[in-house]
Design a protein around this ligand. Structure first.
Ligand code: IPE
Ligand code: IPE
Ligand code: MG
Length: 254
């Protein structure tokens, strides 16, 4: 008799196309070393470099990194302005390297709140790398999931107001196309470092069916081994999207 096959434990096995990360724990990493919090952010940038390199090598399609939330303005003024400065200098220093490595850069979030000089750097960085065909690196800066949905709704409402669109024509797909992540695949794997287990207003709509992975590692200590571990965990799960486990096996073998 053939061994009974337990379909419900079937794993998805495939690599994630899109990985989204909340890079948390920089401040605590520095404080543990009796250093100012900003030193943790500097160390965090180094970790970003390694993770971007890894994803590019492994042919991951999209890597989205939460760098600054719409709520992070609530931090002490000094930390906010140092973070802006770090964003600016990092952008300036890294765009050529990204470009050389065929990486496409995209910044999502309410950029209008940034100093004009920074906005200009963002435009230039995106333009320089827009035709690259390797990894798409999405940096979420002054991003909030609620802001994203709100701006999509406002755009759609404006079209309805002008008579260009009927209210009945509003579909999930239309909302999707009006989010700032339009044209990107949905995140397959969501990772949060730093021990907290919450979304903190990251990609709310887009994470509907994403697999979650939390780790206590503080972001500056997050390296390729950690990422490999997260990917391994992702691959060991069965994604069902509302189906039964047995159905998914059928779909996979079809
Ligand atoms: C994440 O690290 C980076 C940003 C929010 C800019 P934190 O600065 O939140 O680090 P902790 O959570 O205070 O340790
Ligand atoms: C989320 O981290 C935002 C970023 C990593 C950019 P926070 O440290 O701001 O999140 P909370 O405040 O602990 O939820
Ligand atoms: Mg934090």
């Amino acid at each position: 008799m053939p061994a009974t096959h337990d379909n419900t434990n079937e794993v998805n096995g495939v690599d994630p196309r899109h990985i989204a990360i909340i890079m948390d724990g920089n401040g605590r990493w520095a404080q543990k070393r009796l250093m100012p919090r900003i030193m943790g952010h500097y160390a965090g940038v180094k970790a970003v470099r390694k993770i971007v390199e890894y994803c590019a090598q492994k042919n991951i399609e999209v890597l989205s990194l939460f760098a600054f939330s719409s709520e992070n303005w609530r931090r002490p003024k000094d930390e906010v302005s140092l973070l802006m400065e770090l964003f600016m200098t990092t952008l300036q220093a890294e765009v050529d390297t990204l470009d050389k490595n065929n990486i496409r850069l995209r910044i999502i979030g309410d950029k209008s709140a940034f100093p004009e000089k920074l906005q200009e750097k963002i435009r230039l960085g995106e333009a320089q790398t827009q035709n690259n065909t390797g990894l798409t690196l999405v940096i979420a800066a002054n991003y909030g999931g609620r802001w994203d949905i709100t701006q999509a709704v406002a755009k759609i409402a404006a079209a309805v107001e002008k008579g260009e669109l009927a209210a009945q024509a509003i579909t999930e797909q239309l909302i999707d196309e009006n989010l700032v992540t339009a044209n990107l695949p949905e995140p397959d794997l969501f990772i949060r470092s730093g021990g907290e287990e919450r979304i903190s207003n990251f990609l709310l709509w887009q994470l509907a069916y994403t697999e979650f992975y939390f780790t206590d590692k503080l972001w500056p200590d997050f390296d390729r081994n950690q990422l490999e571990h997260a990917i391994k965990s992702f691959k060991s799960r069965q994604r069902r999207f509302g189906h039964t486990g047995e159905q998914m096996v059928g779909i996979k073998n079809a």
